[in-house]
Write a protein that binds this ligand. Structure first.
Ligand code: HEM
Length: 412
């Protein structure tokens, strides 16, 4: 055992057992962040804050929620909303945070894409980020089922049915996921388990990996300049702090991030108190009814672009049925962002405005995602071709355009 001496104070006592000073140096005070960044680099900390809000409000809701088809709806809409003190507040905070976390994730993801933060040593940051995105999608979907309203029931029915299109095992898989022939009590309890236990554990593990994957390549910067972090850290510690291109994570970076988090919280609480409606579908305030299909079934806003790709192909092509093409495109759309480091292999690490073709590609993608999301919300009738071309453009951008841009940049 290491020699333990009489300690000179609490920190020294902890140092001899936990090496806290060393740990704090590695994690925060000597973990370096470039100075040349903007508010867009605060999104990661805002996302962490939102996850903490979801976790804490989720625990409070869990004390009164009942995962049973006969009680779930009332436990949310009467017990929590009307009987528990401040129950409405925890529910609104949970629902608004679940929606806003996707908005911030999209901004965070698009920032990474714009500045090429998935390239040259940063691939694992990107991949763990995308795994987080998928886990949060599963978390949101499973959580949406829990109030057991009309949209909970019908969204679960439609989405679980999609697995039925997988050849050979499809039907058996649907039954296995639902735990029954139709969506019912067994489905609710297993989605409850996923939402409050398995997925949060997976999310926390992947979050730690996401943070760890930042440690060696460090975050990118506004000009995508390749910084020698050892040299700049030395300049900061032993030379001219002003001349150094980096600041420590704490207090330099995080103190400023807290300011952005504070601004964000004002906006967030404003939504929670005055505009929570956007995070809750009015149809979900009707109890689930297996005998009454809602006129339009659509997912929450953050899934709309992918949902539109699923239904965008409305005619058979070369003998392949429209539904199979839609399903394959939907599956590809789910993986498209994840494989960006494989599609864009050019060595050029630069912000999009320094890569003319990529700049056009980026903005076309943003416009297409917005168009798909708008189309996903409205019924198909009368505007089928718009959906078809928007979905086709999405596939074209990833399958053809991005590798082609990368190829052209490599030849220059
Ligand atoms: C709730 C989920 C997430 C949390 C809590 C989170 C947290 C963070 C934090 C704290 C940072 C460092 C500071 C910053 O650049 O903002 C970061 C960086 C990064 N994250 Fe995430 N992230 C999440 C989801 C994602 C997603 C969905 C992606 C998409 C692929 C992603 C990709 C990245 C990338 C590429 C960086 C490096 C940025 C750079 O080098 O400039 N993250 N993340």
């Amino acid at each position: 055992m290491a020699q333990v001496k009489k300690s000179s104070g609490v920190i020294d006592w902890l140092d001899q057992r936990f090496a806290v000073t060393k740990l704090m140096k590695v994690l925060v005070s000597e973990y370096w962040i470039p100075k040349n960044i903007s508010f867009l680099w605060a999104m990661g900390v805002i996302l962490t804050t939102l996850f903490a809000i979801l976790f804490v409000t989720g625990l409070l809701l869990l004390m009164y929620y009942k995962p049973d088809v006969n009680m779930a709806f009332d436990s949310v809409n009467y017990t929590i909303m009307q009987e528990v003190e401040y129950g409405w507040l925890w529910r609104h905070m949970h629902a608004v945070a679940a929606s806003v976390i996707f908005l911030i994730m999209y901004i965070h993801l698009l920032t990474g894409l714009y500045y090429g933060s998935y390239k040259k040593g940063r691939e694992l940051i990107w991949i763990t980020g995308m795994i987080l995105f998928i886990c949060f999608s599963a978390e949101a979907f499973s959580g949406y089922m829990l109030p057991w309203g009309q949209m909970s029931y019908w969204a679960a029915t439609v989405i679980t049915q999609l697995f039925g299109a997988i050849p050979v095992i499809g039907e058996a898989l649907v039954e296995w996921i639902r735990g029954d022939y139709a969506v019912g009590d067994a489905t609710l309890t297993r989605f409850f388990m996923l939402h409050v236990c398995l997925l949060p554990i997976v999310i926390i593990v992947v979050l730690v990996l996401h943070f760890y994957s930042l440690r060696i390549p460090h975050v990118n910067n506004l000009t995508s300049e390749e910084i020698d972090f050892d040299v700049e850290a030395d300049e900061y510690l032993h030379g001219d702090k002003k001349k150094a291109k980096v600041i420590p994570f704490w207090p330099g970076f995080l103190a400023k991030d807290f300011m952005y988090v504070a601004f964000f919280m004002i906006f967030f609480m404003y939504l929670v108190c005055f505009h929570y409606g956007f995070a809750m579908d009015p149809i979900n305030f009707e109890p689930a009814n297996a005998l009454k299909t809602p006129a339009h079934i659509y997912p929450e806003w953050y899934f709309l672009w992918q949902y539109e790709i699923l239904r965008g192909f409305f005619f058979d092509i070369f003998g392949i049925s429209a539904s199979t093409i839609g399903l394959l495109s939907f599956a590809f759309a789910g993986a498209a962002f994840m494989i960006v480091p494989l599609l864009d292999t050019s060595d050029v690490v630069a912000p999009a405005h320094k890569r003319p073709l990529f700049f056009i590609w980026f903005w076309l993608l943003v416009i297409d995602l917005i168009a798909l999301s708008i189309l996903g919300k409205v019924p198909m009738e009368g505007r089928e071709w718009l959906g078809f071309w928007s979905s086709t453009l999405f596939l074209f951008l990833f399958i053809v355009a991005l590798p082609a841009i990368s190829f052209i940049e490599k030849r220059r």
